[in-house]
Ligand binder design. Structure first.
Ligand SMILES: Nc1ncnc2c1ncn2[C@@H]1O[C@H](COP(=O)(O)OP(=O)(O)OP(=O)(O)O)[C@@H](O)[C@H]1O
Length: 456
């Protein structure tokens, strides 16, 4: 049987309340009654009714309907999507017209005819549902209008490493698989996430981003799942969470490594059940999102250290895309430098054509720990401060001038490993050389030699 949702009846006549309760109980999800209008606000925030049956006349002034109009105004102020159906024993068309003009949905004279009352309530609930849907669509449109940003941006990359990335994106063109994008800061994970979205069957539907690195932990839940009015002190009106807004489309969770363990559990449940509940609500909402996640963290190490749930990782990494650091993209550095030079020369109206040979060599030699973002900022600074038609080496000043060791190289560097082992053994043995040598499995004499060699 079709359901009427949650109904709030506001009437001071106990017989009316009793009769309505009896009549509507088989059809309603839940019914609450308020015998005075001053209880309306309480029920609007705690119960969030779908339909409100409102008596026009309370005791103060029995026939003008004034109190009813005041209550209607109060209800619509709290929830502009509210469906309010007026009831009065003094039915007259003038008041009905006034009530509809003031925002009521319909009007029922008392005593009512059962069939007519039910028909009015059923069209009321339909209206309520479509109003809520329209509201969600409006939020989605807002999101969509922001999703195009960056669409006109070119993605530069001719190196083999980037061509690999593009060919994987191409293979994923018609799939709905969840993707995990891994890469250092500034490598272009966000750019690739948007490319995946634009080449997916969900293009044109919402693309919703949450940067988990930039929102405070206590807001994660309300951002992801939304909340009902009154769920917490500042929740003055209900709001759909990003998962709900993304429904039918794509949800991009940036910096997923920042998600706390309790939130990981909630996200996992939402993905598995394909439904969420807004904070302050017990009603489940179905969601259908394609997940793209990104992180610069070593996610497998986080799993080993118990900081990231393995089962969640399996859910989000159907396909893993590794975005190479800029220092592994060879000549792409120069292509990107040229691209940013043109862009900023246009922006700052400078007559700049390119870079000298020496400047190019300097850019190619540098390790770019901040990757494409660092190159972009470097070029912007150089264009602003530079003069002449070609940028020279002295237009580029880097913080780190020697190439950094790559992470894996650091891990495999024997001397570094030896130094760390000796330092650790000394720490554990609290300076006792015999014990330290035992920890390391070498003689005391060999340990002295090592300490000398490593300059410890
Ligand atoms: N291949 C590319 N071609 C052109 N511009 C790029 C490319 N890759 C990245 N960019 C630009 O570099 C900047 C950093 O890229 P993006 O924000 O996508 O990196 P990220 O890996 O998501 O960074 P973070 O780890 O900080 O989230 C952006 O301005 C982006 O437009």
């Amino acid at each position: 049987m079709e359901q009427l949702g949650k109904i709030l009846i506001v009437d001071d006549n106990e017989d009316v309340l009793f009769a309505l309760n009896l009549l509507l109980e088989p059809y309603a999800e839940k019914i609450k009654v308020a015998v005075t209008p001053d209880r309306i606000e309480h029920f609007m925030t705690t119960f969030q009714p779908d339909i409100i049956l409102l008596d026009m006349n309370f005791s103060r002034d029995a026939i003008s309907g004034q109190e009813g109009f005041e209550s209607l105004e109060q209800i619509l102020h709290i929830d502009p999507q509210a469906v309010v159906i007026f009831m009065t024993a003094y039915a007259d068309t003038d008041k009905a017209v006034r009530a509809i003009k003031a925002g009521a949905t319909d009007f029922i004279p008392k005593p009512w005819e059962k069939e007519k009352l039910l028909a009015t309530l059923f069209s009321g609930i339909k209206l309520r549902r479509s109003r809520c849907e329209v509201n969600l669509l409006k939020e989605q449109v807002e999101v969509l209008s922001g999703a195009g940003s960056g669409a006109e941006e070119s993605i530069i990359g001719e190196s083999a490493a980037m061509q690999d990335v593009f060919s994987t994106v191409e293979k994923l063109r018609d799939t709905d698989a969840n993707i995990l994008i891994l890469g250092e800061n500034g490598t272009g994970k966000d750019v690739i996430a948007r490319l995946l979205y634009r080449s997916s069957p969900r293009y044109g539907r919402p693309f919703v981003t949450i940067d988990l690195g930039s929102i405070p932990e206590q807001l994660f839940e309300s951002e992801l799942f939304g909340y009902e009015k009154g769920a917490f002190t500042d929740a003055r009106k209900s709001k759909a969470g990003r998962m709900e807004v993304a429904t039918g489309g794509t949800l991009f969770l940036d910096e997923i490594g920042n998600l706390s363990l309790p939130m990981q559990a909630k996200l996992l449940t939402a993905i598995e059940k394909r439904q969420i509940s807004r904070l302050g609500s017990t009603q489940a909402v179905s969601i259908d999102v394609r997940l793209i996640c990104a992180t610069n963290a070593d996610i497998r190490r986080l799993v080993e250290e118990g900081e990231f749930r393995q089962d969640l990782l399996y859910r989000i990494n159907t396909i893993e895309l590794h975005i190479p650091p800029l220092r592994e993209r060879g000549n792409d550095i120069l292509l990107l430098a040229d691209y940013f030079l043109q862009r900023y020369a246009r922006k700052y109206q400078k007559e700049m054509r390119g870079l000298t040979r020496e400047a190019k060599a300097k850019l190619l030699k540098y390790a770019w720990p901040g990757n494409v973002r660092e190159l972009q900022h470097t070029m912007e600074r150089a264009v602003i401060l530079g003069d002449g038609s070609l940028l020279r080496p002295d237009n580029f000043i880097f913080q780190a001038s020697t190439p950094r060791l790559k992470k894996e190289e650091e891990v495999l560097n024997l001397e570094l490993l030896e130094r760390q082992a000796v330092e650790k053994a000394m720490r554990l043995s609290e300076g006792n050389m015999t014990r330290a040598a035992e920890y390391l499995g070498i003689t005391r004499f060999a340990l002295y030699r090592k300490i000398e060699k490593l300059g410890l």
